[in-house]
Ligand binder design. Sequence first.
Ligand SMILES: NC(=O)c1ccc[n+]([C@@H]2O[C@H](COP(=O)([O-])OP(=O)(O)OC[C@H]3O[C@@H](n4cnc5c(N)ncnc54)[C@H](O)[C@@H]3O)[C@@H](O)[C@H]2O)c1
Length: 353
Amino acid sequence: MTRAERAPVKIGIAGLGRLGKRHATNLAYRVPGAVLAAACSPVEQERDWARETLPSARLYSDYEALLADRELDALWLVTPSSLHAEQIAAALRAGKHVFCEKPLSLDVAECERVLGVAREYPQLEAMIGFMRRFDPSYRDAYEKASAGAIGRAFMVRSQTTDLNDPDGFFVRFAPTSGGIFLDCTVHDIDVARWFFDGARATRAFATGVIALHEGLRACADVDNGVGVVEFEGGRLAVFYASRTMAHGCDTQSEVIGTGGALAIGHNPRRNRVEIYEAGGVRSESTPTFFDRFEEAFLHEAQAFVQNVCARRAGTTSAGSAASAGAMLADALEATRIGHALRHAFATGLPVTL
Ligand SMILES: NC(=O)c1ccc[n+]([C@@H]2O[C@H](COP(=O)([O-])OP(=O)(O)OC[C@H]3O[C@@H](n4cnc5c(N)ncnc54)[C@H](O)[C@@H]3O)[C@@H](O)[C@H]2O)c1
């Protein structure tokens, strides 16, 4: 391995909000081979946080300045979903590897344009943050299914459900989130496509209700949604997304095959403690998505850095399955299916894909 191949991957992060701070501390302190060399946020309090927490990172208030930092090998985007496509394309054009949080874009045509740009830079890694692919339990189930443990997988039942937030953070976020199907179900769509070996979706049905948060009506969104998607080859997926769970983040999936089934993450217990009381025995629940997927976010960052190192060493090529992450083409399909569900919900009619 040459010196250049051994050099740390210098990363600049954009977005230091709710999730960006978590990614930033992972990259700064927990990912071998990575240096968090720069951070960018237009919000002064977030840059103050970075000054305290990430002392070795150069700080920028605008994305253009981050892009122009010639020392950076890679950019890490945790910015609002509506900015992803444009920022990924700009990162690739600046010659940087890029990781971006899900979704790739809320708009299918915009996703296609990013893929077009990425085709011009096949030497650059471009990964989208569908972190369930890096969760140890999802990964284990995937390996078992790939080894034939459940025969032919023909059904995925998958849900993304969050603890109710009485403050309604997501109600304020709803005008730019793309709605429950593109914001939450997009993870379950990626799980289904992953277990179905990238099978093409053919038809989508959707419905939903507002159980608690009337404020969502103004942007035609719901706090509980159900989707059904048919895939080629006689495969089916059933999705449930909720923002109103009383007990915690209860994200889980089930993959059913001709020779068995795999259940991933049933019983969202926070740890292995059971509380024995007069009323019975209980365990506490995982409160947030980050508590549930902390390891997945870390493994995702480690895999991205390994992929960049492998590219430098010439041991992997664009879109290689070895990366285990979701590539741009996977993220395009997830947006396409999420969009179809959104449209099916809005019209009350099935959507042919
Ligand atoms: N993988 C997951 O499970 C998961 C969970 C939550 C959020 N997300 C995704 O992460 C992204 C961010 O979500 P969040 O909850 O952290 O949002 P947030 O609003 O808390 O943070 C967004 C950040 O982007 C910054 N920002 C805004 N405009 C910018 C610009 N032009 N250049 C640079 N930075 C800019 C803001 O200052 C803020 O730091 C979203 O796309 C969301 O879909 C993914």
